[in-house]
Design a protein around this ligand. Structure first.
Ligand code: GUN
Ligand code: ZN
Length: 436
């Protein structure tokens, strides 16, 4: 298959930014085998898919979301800890039934693909069978990513709390079934899946230091991703200080061996310079979740300061604390959050080219997915075909009317999910409106 039209490519001249080009992308099986930049009048005669007005981008990557929370998006007005108790824990309880978890994950996967998301770092629930079922669904849909059984030992309702030994054993079994290299066998098919298990303490409030140290050991033995939450709200940080005798929140995780280059911590709003130093030194990442931070009124994360101190950052929707299923709009929220720091000069704010890069190449790079997040020969054929209905290119009969706005900014700020025409995973249409 050949896709032709506009392409979103990493800008090699400006690391951390994306750029637009015209050209063709040839797919063969599960891979992109060739990308050629050329003017539209040199496109091949028979274009199998897309066209000159279309934009093909790498599949979007969401580095922090909660699968069981898609049906509870929109519970506004509660701060984090009350929101967890009142809305989120009851929602997660429904995953006691693995069939419910399976059915819900299928609905979630359909939504992700319809929004162009092909890669995820996701939390399931504390339920082992439900998590296993969710991982099978995500893997069989062809998604790439890590999913974790959410580990809760204490400070949560009894119906969501489990003994540490049981949770460690269950996590180890998920790592057996879905190993970190993503080679888990796909049910009913010959090719391997791309979903692996992650060690996923919900946050340090729900786990003792001893339990987390065992998790750190397990993650090290298996070279597994670690996901958790960090410094999202002031009351949460105060509770951590109480539980861990004043040890800093970052050190609580560090002492347990949970700060590694494969650790992804959601939020990271309330961090001081020592915390940032520890994160930078260990390579642990902060998943910036701007829509959740504004929705739960947790605060505004200072991405610029984190990056200036070499803290690695990614971007995530944090559904359902976040309300936004489109990573393009989460990218937009990243710009808005940065702009809310009034003292930052406009020219130093991230622009659309940085946000487009972050939701594709940037997130992939941070996760070590060297063949993901890019339209390039050898990359996995995870591609979104987009057809904007606004005039984002000069009309064919009016080539002199050059755009007055950066086209990448126009597309991001005017974004409409109906523009997603096709989402390909491993070269196969997994969401397709073109056949209707
Ligand atoms: N902290 C612990 N659990 C959660 C969760 O589910 N969502 C958010 N936003 N923060 C958390
Ligand atoms: Zn979260």
């Amino acid at each position: 298959m050949i896709l032709a039209g506009h392409l979103l490519l990493p800008d090699d001249d400006r690391p951390g930014h994306a750029r637009l080009a015209t050209g063709t992308v040839r797919l063969d099986g599960e891979q992109i085998v060739e990308v050629i930049e050329c003017p539209a009048d040199q496109f091949p005669q028979s274009i199998a898919a897309a066209g000159p007005q279309s934009l093909s981008t790498p599949g979007f990557i969401d580095t922090h979301l909660h699968l069981p929370q898609f049906d509870t998006i929109g519970a506004h007005g509660l701060p984090l800890l009350e929101w967890l108790d009142g809305v989120t824990f009851p929602a997660e309880r429904r995953w006691e039934d693995p069939d419910y978890a399976r059915g819900m994950t299928q609905r979630v996967v359909d939504q992700l693909l319809a929004h162009g998301t092909t890669g995820i770092c996701a939390y399931a629930t504390v339920h082992h069978a439900g998590t296993h079922a969710a991982m099978e669904v995500a893997r069989d849909a062809g998604l790439r990513g890590v999913i974790g059984q959410t580990l809760i030992e204490r400070h949560a309702p009894d119906f969501l709390s489990r003994p540490a030994a049981q949770l460690l054993d269950e996590t180890a079994r998920l790592l057996d079934a879905f190993p970190p290299d993503g080679s888990g066998v796909r049910s009913g098919g010959s090719s391997g899946g791309r979903v692996s298990a992650a060690v996923t303490p919900r946050f340090a409030i729900t786990c003792t230091a001893e339990f987390m140290a065992e998790m750190g050991q397990l993650a090290a033995e298996r070279d597994a991703f670690i996901q958790s939450h960090l410094a999202e709200t002031v009351p949460e940080c105060e509770f951590i200080a109480e539980l861990f005798d004043g040890t800093s929140y970052v050190d609580v995780y560090g002492d347990a061996g949970l700060l590694t280059p494969k650790s992804i911590y959601g939020h990271g709003i309330y961090l001081d310079s020592d915390d940032r130093k520890s994160l930078a030194q260990t390579g642990a990442m902060i998943a910036h979740c701007p829509t959740a931070n504004s929705f739960l009124r947790s605060g505004t994360m200072d991405r610029r300061s984190h990056r200036a101190r070499d803290v690695r950052t990614t971007l995530g929707s944090d559904i359902g604390g976040g309300y936004e299923r489109s990573m393009v709009r989460v990218g937009r929220a990243m710009i808005e959050a940065a702009a809310s720091f009034a003292s930052v000069p406009a020219k130093e704010l991230p622009g659309a080219s940085e946000a487009w890069w972050q939701i594709t190449t940037g997130n992939a790079k941070a996760l070590g997915w060297s063949d993901g997040g890019r339209l390039a020969a050898g990359a996995s054929a995870d591609v979104v075909v987009i057809e904007p209905d606004i005039r984002w290119l000069p009309a064919v009969d009016q080539p002199e009317n050059e755009p007055l706005v950066d086209p990448l900014a126009l597309l991001m700020w005017a974004w409409d999910d109906r523009w997603v025409k096709q989402t390909l995973v491993r070269g196969q249409p997994a969401y397709d409106t073109t056949s209707n």
